[in-house]
Design a binder for this molecule. Structure first.
Ligand SMILES: Nc1nc2c(ncn2[C@@H]2O[C@H](COP(=O)(O)OP(=O)(O)OP(=O)(O)O)[C@@H](O)[C@H]2O)c(=O)[nH]1
Ligand SMILES: [Zn+2]
Length: 205
């Protein structure tokens, strides 16, 4: 999808234009899938649906085209601040790799700088870049943590994700209200007191 990048590489992909050949191929597959599911792909409402779905799926899974480490590395600033930085309530729209159905929730990310801070928006961009892939919630949590640890080399990183999985709500076990919480920590957050401070801060309204 070479032609879908902005000129200067910064880790982001332009999301308003997709590679035409890939879009066309995905679209053809969806035409087949819709037919196999018993629908008439020629009827008016469905004529453009395979194309729309092809674009939607590429949007939802655009994380493969992004480089989360590059996003942070281009916005690292020297700073002596050594207290906790927390970005909480970052919306997550990810796709369960088992059923290709969404899981939706919030990520809370904290780190304790060790000479460098990063732009706050970059934390949310890193979350998005990993979320917009076929995922399990556990791996998503760890990938966000590893990315921040490897780039900023902070004194510690903490990531908590709370999410609802449509594969458990719309189908399968059909539990409408279940919420899954995952967490992963490094460094200073392995100390109970530090971790508890983080949990207290992300729990406050
Ligand atoms: N650990 C984990 N499991 C997930 C996640 N998303 C979906 N799942 C689970 O993946 C499992 C796949 O189990 P399978 O038995 O292979 O699939 P299935 O027959 O469709 O399972 P049911 O959903 O129970 O009907 C299910 O238990 C899902 O709930 C996730 O992010 N993490
Ligand atoms: Zn699933």
């Amino acid at each position: 999808m070479e032609d879908s990048y902005n000129g200067e590489f910064s880790g982001y992909k332009r999301i308003d234009r997709f590679n035409e050949s890939v879009t066309e191929q995905i679209s053809e597959h969806y035409t087949g899938i819709i037919k196999l599911l018993g629908e008439d792909v020629e009827r008016e409402g469905l004529q453009k649906t395979p194309l729309r779905v092809a674009k939607a799926m590429q949007f939802l899974l655009q994380g493969y085209e992004q480089d989360p480490e590059a996003m942070i590395r281009k916005a690292m600033f020297k700073e002596d601040y050594k207290q906790m930085v927390i970005v909480k309530d970052i919306e997550i729209y990810s796709m369960c790799e088992h059923h290709m159905l969404p899981f939706i929730g919030k990520a809370h990310v904290g780190y304790i700088p060790n000479g460098y801070i990063t732009g706050l928006s970059k934390i949310a961009r890193v979350v998005d870049a990993f979320a917009r892939r076929l995922q399990v919630q556990e791996r998503l949590t760890s990938q966000i943590k590893d990315c921040i640890q490897q780039t900023l080399n902070p004194l510690g990183v903490a990531v908590v994700i709370e999410a609802q999985h449509l594969c458990m709500q719309m189908r399968g076990v059909q539990k409408q209200h279940s919420v899954t919480t995952t967490s992963d920590f490094t460094g200073a957050f392995e100390r109970v007191a530090t971790r508890e401070e983080f949990i207290r801060l992300i729990s406050s309204k």
